[in-house]
Design a protein around this ligand. Structure first.
Ligand code: ADP
Ligand code: ASP
Ligand code: MG
Length: 440
């Protein structure tokens, strides 16, 4: 069994949906996970924000504008009258619900219900589009199997039991179409796997059905060696190990949701990234093999807070670090980078929910300074800590202010902490020093 996930651009127009149909109509039985059409989740978030701002009439107008767009898509995508009528009716139902919601008070649950509609719409339309062509396709609701537990982690046992029961009950089906991103929480309420979560849905499903491979079909020809939104001349990487991909995704490579690799890594199910608009391109294969030499890729993540904790005597004072770490543990706040000296420890967090409480407790025994709006730049490759070319990256020290460096924590990762305002320059210069200067 293959699991194929198609992102927002891949289902963002009738032309691209036709590409998707061509890609999936060959080969054996498969599960197809779809995102919302590109722009839809952002539009739904916007509607939710307008409701939150106390402007129900403006929210209603936004709902109506989106509704009009979907009526157009249905009429362009489907030709069979029966399917057109059925799908327009479904679309009408979804938008009537959204219209009623605009009059309700804002809450997290309301937000979750609103943003779930994008994937519900795209999968309904696309499953009818396949059926119209005589393809044996079934629409499976993610709400019938995708669920998180009390820790907001996927409930692997529940998902496996329920998904496999659905697959077994539909022996005739060739293509199962389901929604990415959306799920139920432990109380059975509408929830989601956070923005970009359809990739994660695909790998959770891949693990549940022990798929041969999970394919992430997107709008670019694979995992690139730097962020193409900020750097020209980036190249697709043909192979990454699970660890390399996990590290890059965690540190900001938008192409994969940060958790995507986790469910499939232990089962050694490969993940392949492919371009829907260019299916013949090789893409990127992610599996358990570590290969290649030197720095392979660079990624960056914003929204980082650096905390410097200073004590008169640190290393000679036993238990100082333990006291520091216990405070972060108490507030369930994980630490990403850490450096120490004799008198101070600097560390970074990406979740400021409990920042004030953490600072207050640290100040009971140390002097604390906090810098927000920092960015971690992460460089990844096989054994890069030992590679003879790795020194090239340190040319960056002459260009930008580096606040922290983490080198040697693992052999495969080097992280730099910089000001977010220096991010683009840092990514571009590192690209030149590491990937382009070696070519001349
Ligand atoms: P989808 O809607 O298919 O999930 P996303 O927009 O979430 O697509 O992810 C693909 C985008 O990720 C690319 O178009 C690109 O702009 C961005 N991106 C960021 N870093 C990378 C990278 N290292 N390699 C490839 N794409 C990246
Ligand atoms: N539609 C959701 C989003 O835009 C999930 C996804 O596309 O992966 O975040
Ligand atoms: Mg995505």
């Amino acid at each position: 069994m293959l699991v194929l996930k198609f992102g927002g651009t891949s289902v963002g127009s009738v032309k691209n949906m036709t590409n998707v149909k061509n890609i999936i109509s060959e080969g054996g039985r498969k599960i197809v996970v779809l995102s919302a059409m590109s722009g839809t989740t952002n539009a739904l978030v916007e509607i939710s924000n307008t409701i939150k701002d106390g402007k129900p009439e403006a929210a209603l107008q936004q709902v109506e504008a989106l509704h009009a767009k979907y009526i157009e898509v249905v009429n362009e995508l489907l030709t069979n009258e029966e399917y057109v009528a059925e799908t327009l009716q479904y679309v009408e139902r979804v938008f009537n619900e959204l219209k009623q919601i605009t009059a309700q008070p804002h809450s997290t649950l309301l937000y979750n219900i609103i943003v779930s509609k994008g994937e519900l719409l795209s999968t309904f339309m696309f499953s009818r589009f396949l059926q119209q062509d005589g393809i044996k396709a079934s629409l499976v609701s993610a709400f019938d199997f995708m669920r998180t537990d009390r820790n907001s982690e996927p409930d692997a046992f529940y998902i496996k039991q329920n998904l496999n029961r659905i697959l077994d009950a539909n022996n005739d089906t060739q293509i199962f179409v389901t929604q990415g991103f959306i799920c139920l929480d432990a109380d059975g309420k509408t929830s989601n796997l956070e923005r970009g979560g359809s990739d994660y849905t695909a790998s959770i499903i891949g693990a549940a059905v022990e798929a041969e491979e999970v394919q992430i079909w997107t709008d670019i020809d694979g995992f690139h060696n730097n962020d193409p939104r900020y750097v020209h001349n980036t190249d697709a990487i043909s192979h990454l190990s699970f660890d390399e991909a996990a590290e890059l995704a965690y540190f900001g490579a938008k192409i994969l949701h940060p958790q995507t690799v986790m469910p499939v890594r232990d089962l050694q199910i490969p993940v392949r990234i492919k371009n829907t608009m260019e299916p013949q391109a090789f893409g990127t294969l992610i599996d358990d093999k570590a290969e290649g030499e030197g720095i392979k890729a660079i990624a960056a993540i914003d929204g980082i807070t650096a905390i410097k904790i200073k004590s008169a005597r640190m290393l000679q004072a036993h238990g100082f670090l333990k006291k520091v770490f216990e405070i972060f543990e108490k507030y369930h706040t994980s630490i990403d980078m850490i450096t120490t000296s004799e008198i101070a420890v600097s560390l970074t967090i990406d979740d400021n929910t409990f920042l004030n409480d953490i600072i207050a407790e640290l100040e009971e025994f140390s002097k604390v300074s906090v810098d927000t709006h920092r960015t971690i730049v992460c460089l990844v490759g096989n054994n890069i800590v030992y590679h003879p070319d790795t020194h090239k990256l340190f040319q960056i020290l002459q260009d930008v202010n580096i606040r922290m460096i983490s080198y040697g924590g693992s052999n495969n990762n080097i992280s730099l902490l910089i000001n977010t305002s220096d991010k683009v320059e840092t990514l571009q210069k590192l690209h030149r020093y590491i990937f382009e200067m070696s070519l001349v």
